[in-house]
Ligand binder design. Sequence first.
Ligand code: CP
Ligand code: NVA
Length: 303
Amino acid sequence: MNSHFLALHDFNEIELYGMLTFALELKDKQKKRIPHRYLDGKTVALIFEKSSTRTRVSFEVGVFQLGGHGLFISSADSQMGRGEPVKDTARVMSRYCEGVMIRTFGQDIVEEFARYSSVPVINGLTDLFHPCQIMADIMTVIEHKRTYEGLKFAWVGDGNNMANTWIEAAAIFGFDLALACPKGYEPDQQVMAWAEAKAPGRITLTTDPKEAVKDADVINTDVWASMGQEAEQKKREKDFAGYCLDDSLLALAKPDSLVLHCLPAHRGEEISDSVIEGKNSVVWDEAENRLHIQKAIMATLIK
Ligand code: CP
Ligand code: NVA
């Protein structure tokens, strides 16, 4: 198995499914207060070049529950923020810690970090991918629907890091994914080409949210302006008109469909308050599952 968790495409379905079942076991153990100290005495550095609520807290709490120590490092307060090369930071961290989680901008940064690191590196979000989040999302679907097989997944909104990771997941796990993205906001072309080659016909792209959501079992959306794109917020609000996941759009999906949102959410923009607070929404389970799946990923990779 790959020693780093940078992108889903480095793993096959059996490996990822193994982490999902392990996460369900760890969740059960945590609820029953059964010890599971897979990281006893180990330290995991948690490096953030972008803001976070869920990722920071779920990783810190997760490492603690595994018997280890999570070390929060903000790039702004470290030498990384003053330009110390990634490859130097990676080698130094490897001398102190048994694992590293990093949230940053380019996917090339996590790849370079991993190349120079002698300990496992986990991607806690880049501009291209958010693999821990999509694993938590699939875990949530398994809990509520027993399986992802045979389900129709829909994506409504920006072709961003979340959309790109869903595309990889659809190709690896083998489920249908219909994406609706406005013109000019399509997912990454290389990711689309990779997925089409791996699972021909599984992934479709339209500009019509209604078409994507029709008869869907799982609907997912995300903010219109991701971290780093704040200056484009106003333009994006215009360009994404008609892409709000509201009651009328949700009515086109199956009645028992699941609504996912990685959070933070902007009510009244990409999702209505009634939908995120409504009966189809499983966003709080989804947020909780970040904790359990990341514990499974760390316990699998960090030795
Ligand atoms: N979903 C997610 O990654 O949330 P944070 O940005 O709060 O970590
Ligand atoms: N697409 C969002 C996800 C936040 C968890 C972003 O990158 O800001």
